[in-house]
Write a protein that binds this ligand. Structure first.
Ligand code: DGJ
Length: 352
């Protein structure tokens, strides 16, 4: 019996080194993943306590010029793209609304590993001064650039709002590049399915399909349009959503199989209350909800307007709400508000 008992205990004894190995490996993996999670969480949480990113500097100690921005996360690097607003702000005459303008300096690109240290990668999409015949003339409107990667074509695709100074053209432009930072080659502009398109964003789903989301019908109704497989053109598959809600500044993200769309109201450059909607699919149906912002300042989105929601790497339920704090009398001096938030059982709040 004693022999037998010893025999039983001998077997695990022989396996003990393997056990140690397995336990140690498991501990290393657990500690490692906690560290990775902690890193990305702190990257977001440390950005700034109240989300005010003013001033947001690059590694050359220059103020980051990336308005109406979007972020592409590709191969471990975050790429920030935004409107370069440079020069004097002026008011387009004979307009009954806040039609303030600044020269369209093109699209900037900055890269970062941690969302805190940003390297200026130069002008991703260039504009041309005094070239009224060109779509990318500095006198026109180029807003809200967003970039996604197409793994089939291995191209980086940028969409942005292109317009005349009165916002009469109401088109979306598309540009393409072999590298994330560019330079991007302008392909052309389009009114998707003949429809007006102003404030816009892109959303790339897990299945590789991509959607263009834009304020249409004179900003009354938002449209969501499936892009072609190469992301370079709209398809005929589109849906009208948030009908007659007069929303703009769309920012779409996905969590636990559901789609979320944050928008602003239409009050020119002045801030207003955000709202959000939840969909089962980008093409709908969408259910409208209220203001995701809570606490003091929520009624004006904390003096800001949505532009993008970034899912944080390694953190399934952590996101970064990105918004613009417009200075309508000096648009170049506009700043940014970046607030991390957590999705909790399908609910989220944005608070400072
Ligand atoms: C609000 C939009 O969201 C901005 O992108 C810009 O188009 C201004 N309106 C113009 O007033």
């Amino acid at each position: 019996m004693a022999e037998h008992t010893r025999g039983i205990f001998n077997i695990p004894h022989l396996l003990r080194p393997i056990h140690y190995y397995i336990v140690s490996l498991t501990l290393i993996l657990i500690i490692g993943s906690v560290q990775i999670s902690a890193q990305s969480l702190s990257a977001a949480a440390d950005l700034n306590k109240d989300g005010d990113m003013s001033p947001l500097m690059d590694t050359d100690d220059n103020i980051i010029n990336a308005h109406g921005a979007g972020v592409l996360f590709h191969n471990g690097t975050y790429y920030l793209f935004g409107e370069i607003k440079k020069g004097n702000t002026w008011l387009v005459p004979d307009q009954v609304w806040e039609c303030y303008r600044v020269p369209a300096g093109g699209v900037s690109c900055y890269s970062s590993k941690d969302l805190k240290t940003w390297k200026n990668e130069g002008v991703a999409l260039a504009t041309y001064p005094n070239s009224p015949v060109r779509e990318l003339d500095t006198g026109r409107v180029l807003e809200r650039p967003k970039v996604i990667y197409n793994s089939k074509t291995q191209k980086f695709v940028m969409w942005l709002h292109t317009d005349d100074k009165w916002y009469g053209d109401s088109k979306c432009g598309v540009a393409v590049s072999d590298s994330a930072t560019g330079p991007y080659r302008f392909v052309g502009s389009v009114k998707p399915n003949g429809q007006m398109a102003r404030d816009m964003t892109l959303f790339k789903d897990d299945d590789g399909r991509a959607y263009l989301i834009y304020a249409s019908e004179k900003n009354a109704t938002m449209h969501v349009c499936l892009l072609s497989d190469d992301y370079l053109a709209p398809t005929t598959r589109y849906k009208r959503i948030l009908k007659n809600d007069n929303r703009e500044a769309p920012a779409m993200f996905k969590s636990n199989g559901k789609y979320f769309l944050i928008t602003s109201g239409c009050t020119g450059w002045s801030p207003n209350a955000a709202r959000y909607a939840v969909g089962r699919h980008p093409l709908g149906p969408w259910l409208r909800y209220g203001n995701p912002c809570k606490g003091p300042g929520a009624g004006t989105t904390f003096q800001a307007q949505s532009t993008f929601v970034l899912p944080l790497d390694n953190k399934k339920d952590e996101f970064l709400f990105m918004a613009d704090r417009w200075d309508k009398l000096d648009l170049e001096s506009s700043t940014y508000l970046w607030i991390p938030f957590t999705m909790n059982k399908g609910q989220f709040f944005i608070r400072r």
